[in-house]
Design a binder for this molecule. Structure first.
Ligand code: SF4
Length: 468
């Protein structure tokens, strides 16, 4: 896949993405096309985004063609788990030197591919370009094509140099590589009318394992997981599914739309967080597949699971009731986690709307109510101000905000990709309730909130006078 200006513009203007629906009208969200601003925090680069989307393919090797830091900075930053192969955990890089920059790095890349094949013999190798190797003009496509012929193993170019744009664009570039080189290249052993693909679910902390048993119970077969805990083979036959279920819809929306165009597979956007969303997800899938018996089974499973859940959650609901939370995360999670917290009886007093589409914002507004605060932009200072204003009991955000919570002397829970606890599905909600409870009721907060010894002295004239 050649990376041209036109290709990048197409991906940024992806018609499936709701950011682009308001084109020509006021209030258009320009997040997709905004250039990185020097000095501003941008999140990951396009290479980072591409590797986030593809590295969860567990039996493939992932080779980063560039200086060692590109691979080193992002490797292992996401806890995508595997039920079997561990090849994806190996950090392969060509680690190019000054010599390669002057004379070209293609030979080194070919040698790297050859070494991986000889030593590990994976079913496929994804080769990622980075800023330096794209700038010196290494022809990734040509090297991958030659290596594919020579080693008779798919060697897939992922043209995702960091400078082309954001992490989100990188996700889409990864989707293009899957569409161009992987999907549709093999056939499944058999198909059923109940085959679906999960797209944009990366099995962080093993979340996909919380929902697969539910699908199995109602009789839905997950044909391909794109890409959490996936094998390379299962993605090759993803074109035979009857429905694509987009979990993090913005990440690989181009895949959903293009698979609909190419293979006639419709797609729906769902969330696995919270009772309401999980129920809706199962109902929507059954309704889209259009089988009455399946719809009936879904209702039975929902009734069983929610009854069990009510019993399991009762002690936590009592302890969490009316606890106030500031939620600071992005995109779909801004409302899906809010919905899960509300299921537990908690109050979300503020949430962020960064990276949210107009549709996300409408859901946030509805869930927040008239007194809730929607944070369009945020930084530590703003979050501290909101915590103080709302008298929030805890902060739920990405890992780097834990120090903000410590400054405010309130509990913190990591909700982003670095977390180690799965929150998806009905069992995930129990885990989430346990984590909220642990964080909120830890005895440490009593000690932390006591005045420091010197503060006690300063506020007590009697103590002051007694000092030598
Ligand atoms: S911005 Fe470029 S140099 Fe930096 S990590 Fe991304 S690909 Fe590597």
């Amino acid at each position: 896949m050649k990376l041209t200006k036109g290709k990048i513009a197409d991906l940024l203007n992806e018609p499936g993405c709701e950011h682009n629906h308001k084109k020509g009208q006021q209030g258009k969200n320009k997040a997709c096309t905004q250039q990185a601003k020097p000095g501003a925090a941008q999140g990951g680069c396009a290479f980072d985004g591409a590797s986030i989307a593809l590295v969860p393919i567990t039996d493939a090797a992932h080779l980063v063609h560039g200086p060692i830091a590109c691979a080193g900075n992002s490797w292992g930053s996401r806890g995508s788990l595997s039920s079997d192969a561990t090849t994806y955990k190996m950090g392969f890089t060509t680690d190019i030197s000054e010599n390669d920059i002057i004379f070209g790095g293609e030979k080194r890349l070919y040698k790297g591919i050859s070494q991986i094949i000889k030593r590990y013999d994976p079913p496929a190798i994804f080769v990622y370009s980075t800023c330096v190797t794209a700038l010196i003009g290494d022809d990734l496509d040509a090297v991958c094509e030659a290596a594919t012929k020579k080693f008779e193993t798919p060697i897939i170019p992922v043209n995702s140099p960091g400078f082309v744009g954001s992490k989100n664009l990188g996700n889409r570039l990864a989707g293009e590589s899957l569409l161009d080189y992987v999907v549709g290249t093999a056939e499944p052993e058999y198909t059923t009318p109940y085959d679906i693909n999960l797209i944009g679910e990366y099995n962080v902390a093993g979340e996909v394992w919380s929902v697969l048993p539910l699908f199995e119970k109602v009789g839905i077969r997950v044909l391909s997981k794109i890409t959490g805990d996936a094998t390379f083979e299962e993605i090759r036959y993803a074109h035979r599914a009857k429905l694509n279920v987009m979990i993090c819809s913005k990440a690989l929306i181009n895949m959903g739309r293009k698979m609909e165009e190419r293979y006639g597979i419709p797609y729906i956007e769902e969330s696995f967080y919270g009772v309401e969303d999980m129920n809706r997800c199962l109902r929507n899938i059954a309704q889209k597949i259009g089988d009455e018996a399946l719809q009936q089974r879904v209702e039975t499973v929902i009734a069983e699971e929610t009854a069990k859940l009510d019993i399991a959650l009762a002690p936590y609901r009592a302890r969490l009731k009316d606890k106030k939370m500031v939620l600071y995360t992005g995109g779909v999670k801004s409302w899906s986690v809010m919905s899960a917290a509300q299921d537990l009886g908690m109050k979300v007093v503020a949430t962020s709307t960064k990276k949210s589409t107009e549709e996300d914002k409408a859901k946030i507004k509805k869930l927040l109510g008239k007194d809730g605060i929607a944070l369009a932009k945020g930084n530590a200072k703003e979050i501290l101000r909101v915590i103080a204003k709302t008298k929030a009991d805890m902060l739920v955000a990405g890992g780097r905000n834990q120090y903000t919570a410590l400054k405010a002397r309130i509990p913190f829970l990591d909700i982003n990709q670095e977390r180690h606890t799965p929150y998806a599905g009905y069992v995930g909600l129990i885990e989430m309730a346990k984590e909220f409870d642990r964080a909120l009721h830890s005895p440490i907060w009593q000690q932390v909130r006591q005045p420091a010894p010197w503060e006690k002295v300063a506020s007590s004239p009697a103590l002051k006078d007694s000092l030598p």
